[in-house]
Ligand binder design. Sequence first.
Ligand code: NAD
Length: 436
Amino acid sequence: MLETARNIVQEAGKKLGYSAQVIDTLLQPNRVIEVKVSIPTKTGERVFTGYRSQHNNRRGPYKGGIRFHPQVSREEVLALSTLMSIKCAVAGIPFGGAKGGIIVDPKELSKKELEQLSRSYVRALFPVIGPRVDVPAPDVNTNPLIMQWMLDEYEKLAGQAAPATFTGKPVEKGGSLGRTEATGRGGVIVLKALLSKLGKELKNKNPTFTKVMAGNAKLTVAVQGFGNVGYYFAKIAVEEGFDVVAVSDSKGGIVKNAKLNNAGKHFEPLDIPLVMGCKKKQGTLAGCYCSGGVCDINEGKVITNEQLLELPVDILVPAALENVITEKNAHKIQAKIVVEMANGPIAKEAYPILQKRGIYVIPDVLANAGGVVVSYFEWVQGMKGTVWSEAKVNKKMQDLLEESALAVWEQAKKSHVSLKEAAFMVAVRRLVEPKS
Ligand code: NAD
């Protein structure tokens, strides 16, 4: 992962005409801190290793999640902190990249031990974090409650209230309204912003887009992953006029029976909130074919996650895991646009195949930046001691992400590169020349 992140930054830097020295400096993290984190047990102290990689703060305080996972490593946090610098820069927010973690399987710990571990990590990192220095957030296996414990420990040590030190807090403890939906909502905003450009390119080349542009059809969407990101993406996409026709979770996906209607669509739209209600009741998505207020078991069929990726839809949204589109299935993808809502859902080898086939990829660093944008708004609210309405948060996110999507589009056109390369070029330029 580190190698991939470095390569793409290097390529973007070269295309922008920066010297090898400038690019090398950008690739070096400012610091990677390794800490000993411990919790008391009946038999003595249990010690874990933790990290915090602070990659770059030329644009503002470091920002990035903390993960609790057995596979956390120095290399992983370093790579992820580099990507956070890129993501914050693409989104145009005044933060640099960081990432932290503890090598631990949190399932082995009791709630009390988890709290002790979280507090111990903050004690170890106290001198190098803070609202104007480094602002952590939740990541894999960490959540708002853990942020609340961490903030409490930080404030005890600092001897003052400092709510802007952590984001992703519970709303009643200073979290921002709109954060839960932010990543999914941001993805739809970016998709719509780029569609206004892409649609014109695809019109005339593609009958569906010709009909959509003429207002005679809706675009069809398949979403892999029905967690926080996938669910809100699907729900908000429907609200914004798309037909979400297939969704999946780890056990498989669902699609309503194939029909060819006047608009040339292949599948019936799903009623996303109803599907979620059904999933909550049943535990999985299988069997939840919902539309028009009813979930009718006879009307649809269960598909595998592999089949979902290959459906004849207009837009494919991998929102679960990394590397799900590989060189093995890239030539079977039928969507015209892939929105990378998960981090790294397209394997490196699959990119050129999709590109050659004329499939547009909206890159993760832009598509899923809504979460970090609203984290920035949480930080601003914490610094100012104010609370913004959800409508205000959503509007501000929309303005920021539309601007970012446009900057990426223009860079892609100017340099004749893919949207992914363009996103990295925009970010690298903003990191090297923070005032640009
Ligand atoms: P989540 O745990 O809430 O949901 C994950 C979903 O993926 C679940 O529905 C799960 O059933 C499904 N899933 C698991 N294995 C699967 C498989 N093999 N095939 C299909 N579906 C599978 O996680 P999330 O917060 O929605 O995050 C999803 C992705 O988005 C991750 O890559 C994450 O790094 C990325 N992301 C999340 C955020 C955020 O704000 N939550 C921000 C940026 C990026």
